[in-house]
Design a protein around this ligand. Structure first.
Ligand SMILES: *Cc1c(COP(=O)(O)O)cnc(C)c1O
Length: 464
């Protein structure tokens, strides 16, 4: 046996000989170093397979195919599209909000050529890069002024650095949050040079707690949206409006980190009330910031809105330049905001489309999937079940939306094994496992993905 293995090992060609086996059109298409790397990878793989006893012999065709397989693998991007069958609409690990096709088309058009990013087309002189989206945001929200940065974490850092560095910021203990990816309010505060002044307790903070903490050193009263959790039971917190009244009394501005910032009142989808950006601003809050890629359904960005005088200060801070957004984001943001201005968000922004779609539509999509994978019945138990979807992205953590899922219980193998294979496909499928079944919540699967999802399920189940 050992002897046999040695014999096969001796047959393994050199990197250069392997390259002579591949078709000429491939040889001329890529540079030598790239081909050498792939040849090396192929031969390493071959050695491992021989050692494991999985390859007992091979010929030139086998080697050529192996090389071509590794070449194909190289062509797959590391960051690629996945099918989200989790039912979590704003899934932090899956890129949060998908943007609409229309918006993507606009980005493509802008970045594949030149644009008027910083030129005023009227005068031919240098223009301001944010002017256009600023006007749109003002119109949509009634804000006096706007500043846009890379994400909401950057927005919080910039607001605190420019309005409160070296001074105190009063925050309720119930709002000292940590968001995924270790964004912690106390740490951001420290980084900004502002001094955190915690008031109240975890479950109860009263207006008089804030008032008692005010000194001549207080620069801001801050309210943080408790995005990814809720304190339930015996609780009390101070509304933005009450804070505004207190701020006015002492001449201290109020800043609200709204987190997910929505332009749409979610009550119409049977969800409980969440203040919209407009509600917060009309309540008198001086500065508000939120993400572009949570409930807004646009690109990653941090949007800061508020009173002109304060926003001016924020814009002038040197950090603003370091945190600025690029033209792709700007293009995406403008196109997204235009959809809101036209009132078409429920049809055109994927996040709102998914939130607002009737369950009957989801059920129909589930039926379509079941129909397409019908031939797999011998290998698995396939069912349609009622499930609940989540908004995700730290928005409305306790709220769910009724939905339908296709569940698959494999007969000859485990759900985990099948799911692992689904995750490893060129276009991976992300789902959930529950009670030995793979659960595909059809709320977050696009109509255009149903066919692909069916093919993937069939491909994987046929293998076992
Ligand atoms: C999500 C969130 C942030 C961070 O926003 P990013 O856009 O992810 O940087 C900050 N504060 C709150 C309350 C959030 O929900």
């Amino acid at each position: 046996m050992k002897h046999r293995k040695e014999e096969i090992f001796r047959k393994i060609p050199s990197v250069n000989r392997l390259i002579t086996l591949i078709p000429d059109e491939i040889k001329v298409e890529y540079k030598q170093g790239f081909l050498t790397e792939i040849a090396r990878e192929s031969l390493d793989f071959l050695r491992k397979k021989i050692l494991a006893g999985e390859v007992e012999d091979f010929d030139d065709d086998f080697l050529k195919d192996l090389f071509l397989k590794f070449l194909e693998k190289r062509k797959i991007f590391n960051l690629r599209r996945v099918i989200n069958a989790t039912g979590v609409i704003i899934h932090t690990n899956l890129g949060r909000s998908p943007i609409s096709e229309k918006v993507a088309e606009h980005i493509g058009n802008i970045v594949t050529g030149y644009s008027n990013l910083e030129i005023d087309l009227e005068t031919g002189k240098r223009g301001l890069r944010y002017q256009n989206v600023e006007e749109l945001l003002k119109r949509l929200t009634g804000a006096e002024a706007v500043c846009i940065v890379n994400n909401n974490a950057a927005a919080v850092l910039l607001v605190l650095s420019s309005l409160a560095s070296g001074k105190e910021v009063i925050v309720s203990r119930g709002e000292l949050i940590e968001i995924g990816g270790s964004f912690r309010i106390p740490d951001v505060m420290e980084q900004s040079g502002a001094v955190l002044r915690e008031v109240g307790t975890t479950n109860k903070t009263k207006l008089k707690d804030y008032e008692a903490a005010i000194t001549e050193n207080t620069a801001l009263l801050m309210k943080v949206h408790t995005s990814n959790y809720r304190i339930l039971g015996f609780t009390e917190s101070v509304s933005g409006k009450e804070l505004v009244a207190l701020g006015k009394k002492y001449g201290i501005p109020v800043y609200e980190d709204l987190g997910s910032g929505s332009f749409v009142d979610v009550r119409k989808f049977g969800l409980s009330y969440e203040p919209t950006v407009n509600d917060v601003l009309s309540g008198g809050v001086d500065v508000v910031s939120f993400s572009g890629d949570k409930l807004l359904g646009g690109p990653q960005a941090g949007i800061i809105l508020g009173k002109k005088e304060l926003i001016e200060k924020i814009r002038k801070h040197p950090l603003n330049r370091a945190l600025r957004i690029d033209k792709m984001t700007l293009a995406a943001l403008e196109a997204t905001l235009k959809i809101y201005l036209e009132g078409k968000e429920l049809e055109e922004i994927p996040v709102w489309k998914m939130v607002s779609q009737p369950v009957s539509e989801i059920e129909r999509r589930a039926e379509k999937l079941v129909q397409k994978i019908g031939s797999v019945k011998g290998k698995a138990e396939v069912n349609i079940e009622e499930v609940v979807s989540e908004i995700g992205g730290g928005a409305l953590p306790l709220e769910t939306l009724p939905s339908f899922a296709v569940t698959i219980k494999p007969k000859n193998t485990t759900a985990e094994k099948v799911y692992r294979q689904l995750r490893r496909l060129p276009e991976p499928v992300i789902a959930r496992i529950k009670d030995e079944k793979i659960v595909f919540d059809m709320r977050t699967v696009f109509d255009s993905e149903v066919e692909k999802l069916a093919d993937s399920i069939l491909e994987v189940l046929k293998k076992d």
